[in-house]
Design a protein around this ligand. Structure first.
Ligand SMILES: [Zn+2]
Length: 339
């Protein structure tokens, strides 16, 4: 029986950070239609309802096909601004005080949209988010692992003029068959420029990919990482080094990494002493933003108040925030639970 005092409003109100959100995955069908209309981009759906009803995924790839299709409406700086601004407003209403946001430049430059158009629109919205909503943020540029290491390297050079706007680099897209080790050179290069490094690993891919991300790419965080539960030695390492794992429960169920939320290992991961955080991944596609994920684990994984305080604290501790703001947000969190 769940604790009835843990209401939706209580979970929404928890000050928290979101560390695993692909901005293109926050494109809601309504905005997709609006932008498609003004850009004259034809959609293969007749209505918003038709788009939503197409969101039945069998695995990561079946989602990625629709994800890349949907983002084709994004052409101008204003489109990237609107996309990012919509996410910030939504996530701010769910208690997010700091967001570390992924973007996929290759998914746009590959369609002829300039790098500066993409980052310019996102950047302006992030500045407005800080000013008008009090949401601080960091931007993480992801390399698409289904593309070549050369293409990733080229993307890194395109990003250098915007070095000040980008906190780190990541690795996403189709995991199986595209192990982290293939991207060693570009991650090494990114390190030289002072970029933080993270990577998706151990979502659909084996625990071995998590080892590679840690040892070969030298990442500060693992995105997903749920398959670490299959490897005792890895578990020990992750626990001892308190490597943050950005877990996305609704995403994992929608993409059939687990057949049901009841089978999700998040609670066990927490009990193992791992530094887990809860995130939305691609909220427009997976049925919920960050607090919706909090509600889901309350309902199905019996998360307690202490569990929520722990994961929200982890979200700040695992962030790339400076020490001062980190401390400020952690003390806000403490006050929230004390009252
Ligand atoms: Zn992701």
């Amino acid at each position: 029986m769940r604790d009835q005092s843990i209401t939706d409003d209580l979970l929404k109100g928890i000050p928290k950070a979101e560390l695993h959100i692909h901005i293109e995955g926050s494109l809601e069908p309504e905005l997709m239609f609006e932008i498609a209309g003004r850009n004259g981009v034809p959609l293969r759906y007749a209505s918003v309802e038709e788009v939503r009803s197409a969101y039945h995924f069998t695995d990561l790839q079946s989602f990625l096909d629709l994800y890349y299709e949907g983002m084709k409406v994004l052409l101008n700086e204003q489109d990237f601004y609107d996309l990012t601004w919509a996410y910030l407003q939504k996530t701010s209403s769910q208690g997010v005080r700091h967001a570390e946001i992924f973007f996929d430049p290759q998914a746009h430059t590959g369609r002829g949209v300039a790098f500066e158009t993409v980052i310019g629109g996102i950047r302006q919205a992030l500045l407005d988010g800080e000013r008008l909503l009090g949401v601080s943020s960091a931007l993480i540029m992801c390399f698409l692992r289904h593309l070549s290491a050369e293409s990733a390297m080229e993307t890194l050079s395109q990003a250098l003029p915007y070095r000040e706007w980008i906190a780190g680099v990541g690795l996403d897209s189709s995991e199986v068959g595209h192990p982290p080790e293939g991207f060693k050179a570009v991650f090494d290069e990114a390190e030289k420029y002072g970029f933080r490094r993270v990577a998706h690993a151990g979502e659909e891919g084996p625990p071995e990919y998590i080892w590679q991300a840690l040892d070969i790419l030298q990442v500060a965080r693992i995105d997903h990482g749920v398959r670490c539960m299959e490897d005792q030695k890895l578990l020990k390492r992750l626990r001892e080094e308190q490597v943050p794992l950005t877990v996305c429960p609704l995403s994992n169920v929608r993409l059939r990494v687990f057949d049901s939320i009841q089978e999700h290992p998040l609670k066990r991961m927490l009990q193992e002493g791992l530094c887990v955080t809860i995130n939305s991944d691609d909220p427009a596609y997976f049925g919920g933003y960050v607090a919706d994920n909090y509600c889901t684990v309350r309902d199905w994984l019996r998360f307690t108040r202490e569990d929520f305080q722990k994961v929200a604290g982890n979200s700040f501790r695992a962030s790339f925030l400076g020490e001062r703001r980190k401390r400020q947000l952690l003390s806000e969190l403490e006050t929230y639970f004390a009252s």
